[in-house]
Design a protein around this ligand. Structure first.
Ligand SMILES: Nc1nc2c(ncn2[C@@H]2O[C@H](COP(=O)(O)OP(=O)(O)OP(=O)(O)O)[C@@H](O)[C@H]2O)c(=O)[nH]1
Length: 414
């Protein structure tokens, strides 16, 4: 994995090429071993003296068996959200994520600050310094990677607006990679394998982020069969035939596999052909979170996907971001124009200046402004009023900074 190498002066935007990767862990089903996997990669990075920055986005989790630097549970009380809004478990998670997503700018700002190396980082390291990490602007070690844990209810995260906002915001500053954790023993039948792949495919198209398929629990079942099915169509066909003849594996769930029978057989057949193109975009690794095997392979895949993010995904992401910012600015300008016209003080774009004394009184109730001349006064008053309205509409960064309680919480994080 690459650590940030280029020093970014002051508060200049973080260069994505030198930014640490963000690894977002998702799992299609409960019990796939996401938590165990997160704990394993966390301790692996600690053992390499490259501690990650950990973010927990699961508001409903009872215990996180690793230290999270930012934890959604510290700012949103899931139980309370369910009670107050009269929601069920999924609605509670969704609303908690929505509440948390309103603060995403502050989180990304904090992460950028923590990821930015100081000029001192450019100095050569001492030979006895085993760490390859640098130092962030506030004197702490610059973060080398970001690990994000997500709610086990994958659909709540992936298909919600807040999930999209959180992922896009993260990806706008950091090369973001999805680690999709699969329970290998439970994916051994052709039909469960195919449903898992289709789900991964839908997530890839929804998030538009590079993805690593992590076949977990390889101590119980080797992931070689899955790798073979993804690269060799004939092998998958043979497995389908075996399933049809009743000799297929039952996927560990106890139910017999009917992957190859009747219309299911031909459906799986054509789907496997269709998915060939999708497979070519994925990295596949087999790991055992219990034993800790496959970690090097996983981080090699992260590095590969980080590069892919920079070359393929980032340009598209930046294009979408510019489009969205322009649309947002246009709609704000429109609102501001309407507001100004309503107040009869003119618009932002060529709106006429109102010379009426009564209106000027409204605009000048702040005595701080000393105008140079009588002629300049209306224009300056109008400008000052416009600035205040812009602030109220959220264009001013100060409105974010002013949210002291959350910022204070974030700044107490390690
Ligand atoms: N044999 C084996 N078991 C594992 C492995 N990884 C996780 N497990 C077991 O699988 C079970 C589920 O693991 P978790 O890490 O809790 O899985 P999760 O995806 O977070 O599941 P939820 O808690 O339901 O969200 C536990 O009993 C783990 O001990 C592994 O690599 N090998």
């Amino acid at each position: 994995m690459t650590s940030p190498s280029a020093a970014n002066p002051g508060d200049a935007p973080l260069d994505p090429a030198s930014a640490p990767p963000a690894i977002v862990c998702l799992t299609p089903g409960a019990g796939s071993g996401k938590t165990t996997f997160m704990r394993r990669i966390n301790s692996y990075l600690h053992s390499k003296n490259r501690p990650p920055y950990v973010i927990n986005l699961d508001p409903a989790v009872l215990n996180v068996p690793f230290e999270a630097n930012i934890d959604i549970r510290d700012s949103v009380n899931y139980e309370e959200v369910m009670k107050q809004y009269n929601l069920g478990p999924n609605g509670g998670i969704l609303t908690s994520l929505n509440l948390f997503a309103t603060k995403v700018d502050q989180i990304v700002n904090l992460l950028e600050k923590r990821a930015r190396p100081t000029p001192a980082a450019a100095e050569p390291q001492k030979p006895d310094d085993s760490s390859s990490s640098t130092t962030s602007t506030d004197g702490k070690k610059a973060i080398d990677s970001i690990l994000v844990d997500t709610p086990g209810q994958i659909e709540v995260f992936v298909w919600s607006a807040s999930g999209t906002i959180l992922l896009e915001s993260l990806a706008s500053s950091f090369p973001t990679v999805i680690a999709y954790i699969i329970d290998t023993p439970r994916t051994a039948s052709t039909s469960t394998f195919m449903s898992n792949m289709l789900y991964a495919c839908s997530i890839l198209y929804k998030t538009k982020l590079p993805m690593i398929l992590v076949f977990n629990k390889t101590d119980v079942k080797d992931a070689a069969f899955a790798k073979e099915w993804m690269t060799d169509f004939e092998a998958f066909q043979a497995a389908l035939r075996r399933d049809e003849e009743g000799g297929g594996e039952d996927g560990g769930g106890g139910a017999p596999s009917h992957g190859g029978s009747g219309y299911m057989g031909s459906l799986l057949n054509s789907m496997s052909l269709m998915l060939e193109e999708f497979y070519s975009h994925l990295s596949v690794v087999g790991v055992s979170s219990r034993l800790g095997t496959g970690m090097e392979e996983f981080f090699d895949a992260v590095e590969e996907k980080r590069k892919e993010f920079l070359s393929d995904y980032l340009p598209e992401l930046q294009r979408r971001r510019v489009e969205r910012d322009e649309a947002r600015k246009k709609s704000r300008d429109k609102e501001l124009d309407k507001l100004m016209q309503g107040m009869s003080v003119g618009g932002t774009t060529g709106g006429k200046t109102n010379d009426d004394d009564d209106d000027v009184e409204v605009a000048s109730d702040d005595n701080d402004n000393d105008y140079d001349s009588e002629d300049d006064a209306p224009a300056q008053r109008e400008q000052s009023l416009q600035e205040r309205y812009r602030g109220a509409l959220g264009e001013n960064d100060d409105s974010i900074v002013a949210d002291a309680s959350f910022a204070k919480y974030l700044h107490t994080q390690k």
